[in-house]
Ligand binder design. Structure first.
Ligand SMILES: Cc1ncc(COP(=O)(O)O)c(C=O)c1O
Length: 434
């Protein structure tokens, strides 16, 4: 206790903003925020500080009525006619257009379908086939596990070699003509725009150019970026991208993912999971596969329409917002949390880059008892999550998290650490989902 108090005293002595004053400053920042009203578009339990919108986005308040309409009227009354009458058939492309606006993609280049894992498989196979004669697929060693598994699986299927290279080492590795080097060998590189663990934002224009310079194609995983940071796929010439619908896009649990294929690649790529929804003439019931034109060729089977239409409806919260505005609010929130953590939580190391340009919309804090700290925080009504091995991950979804929430989080974290609440034996036991 003595050690902790002295650490705290030292921190408070040098603090930029004492916690009492921080509440006032947060109120002023929230009052001046041009997007403050957007929080009112969400249903959140009163008093809860929700910092896990990077894992499961909050419920937009209008979505229950939209889903109710899908269930009662479209399914209950219109039944099978809904495929035409309510254009169920067009939902993947329609929702895709709404996602396209958020990630700076060309019209007709984004489709909502399947999970991120399945979509990644489809585009990595496509990318590998677009670069015949090249024998290496690259993924980051710290990428989200599914990305590593998919790249390994595609390599095995297509007879290529899978290699782990960190994004920061990529330009040098791509230029390396030595026996272990990658010069002239890379077919495709899979990169995550925002790292799920650290929250680091990569330089999409520079890395895309580096991979192209080496003759390869780049697949961006936008799961932790879309809806929170500007992406600019078209502007920067990205090849393929995928991402989750249930994080910052707020599509709900198990919402389908999205897939992007640059228009220049669509003709020569497509889903290796040839299915009737991706056929050029699905109702001709032909016995051999002929892919549909454009992004629709990445369709395969019947989509989960309740989830699909919930996501389509949820995307409406972005309709009148620019991603630049969203990014400004996100940076204000993450900077505020970094500043307060530095000043008041000396036991926790800020892992997320401090340079705003290298930061997504989360702040990750390292602590040896991170799992237990997160559980103790949740018990106090502040929901973040834990990521292996020692990360307290706090997602600041810019549409509904406030500067006041950030202060409350730091106050609760301080209280947890001061009282040693995380040492409670209840928090030693790991749940199935962490
Ligand atoms: C970066 C990243 N990629 C891929 C996935 C996997 O998505 P899905 O479960 O939809 O396949 C996740 C899930 O959290 C993720 O964070």
């Amino acid at each position: 206790v003595t050690q902790q108090s002295s650490a705290l005293d030292a921190a408070v002595a040098t603090a930029v903003v004492p916690l009492s004053a921080a509440r006032e400053r947060a109120a002023a920042l929230d009052a001046a925020d041009p997007l403050a009203h957007v929080r009112g578009r969400f249903t959140l339990p009163p008093g809860l500080v929700y910092l896990d919108g990077n894992s499961l986005g909050a419920l937009p308040a209008h979505v229950p009525a939209a889903v109710d309409d899908v269930v009662r009227r479209q399914w209950g009354q219109d039944l099978i006619t809904s495929w035409n009458a309510n254009d169920w058939w067009g939902a993947p492309e329609r929702a895709g257009e709404k996602v396209a606006r958020l990630i700076g993609a060309e019209p007709g280049s984004v489709l909502v379908t399947d999970s991120t894992t399945v979509d990644l498989f489809k585009v990595v196979v496509s990318a590998a086939r677009l670069r015949p004669g090249r024998d290496v697929l690259v993924v980051e060693p710290d990428a989200f596990p599914t990305d590593q598994y998919v790249v390994d699986a595609v390599a095995e299927l297509t007879g290529l070699t899978s290699r782990r290279v960190a994004a920061h080492d990529l330009p040098a590795a791509l230029a390396d003509g030595g026996p272990d080097g990658l010069a002239g060998r890379v077919a495709a590189v899979v990169l995550s725009l925002v790292d799920y663990r650290t929250g680091e934002l990569l330089d999409l224009p520079a890395l895309t150019a580096a991979v192209h310079g080496a003759g390869g194609l780049v697949v961006w995983d936008l799961s932790h970026a879309a809806g929170a940071v500007p992406v600019g796929l078209a502007e920067h010439g990205a090849d393929f991208a995928v991402g989750c619908g249930y994080k910052y896009l707020n599509g709900g649990p198990g919402a389908p993912a999205y897939v992007y294929a640059a228009p220049r690649h669509q003709e020569a790529s497509g889903s290796p999971l040839a299915g009737w929804h991706g056929h050029a003439r699905p109702f001709a019931m032909e016995g051999t596969y002929a892919p549909a034109q454009g992004i629709s060729r990445f369709r395969d089977g019947t989509p989960p329409l309740l989830s699909m239409l919930a996501l389509e409806s949820a995307l409406e919260v972005f309709a009148d917002l620019s991603i630049a505005q969203v990014r400004a609010r996100s940076l204000s929130l993450t900077s505020w949390l970094v500043e307060l953590a530095d000043a008041h939580l000396p036991e926790l190391e800020v892992v997320t880059p401090r340079e705003p340009g290298r930061r997504g919309s989360q702040v990750s804090l390292r602590h040896p008892d991170a799992y237990a700290v997160v559980q103790a925080l949740i018990a106090r009504g502040v929901v973040g999550d834990f990521r292996e091995p020692d990360i307290v991950r706090l997602g600041l979804a810019p549409l509904y998290v406030t500067h006041a929430d950030v202060v409350a989080t730091v106050e609760h974290l301080r209280a947890v650490l001061d009282a040693g609440e995380h040492r409670d034996e209840r928090y030693a036991l790991r749940s199935r989902v962490t």
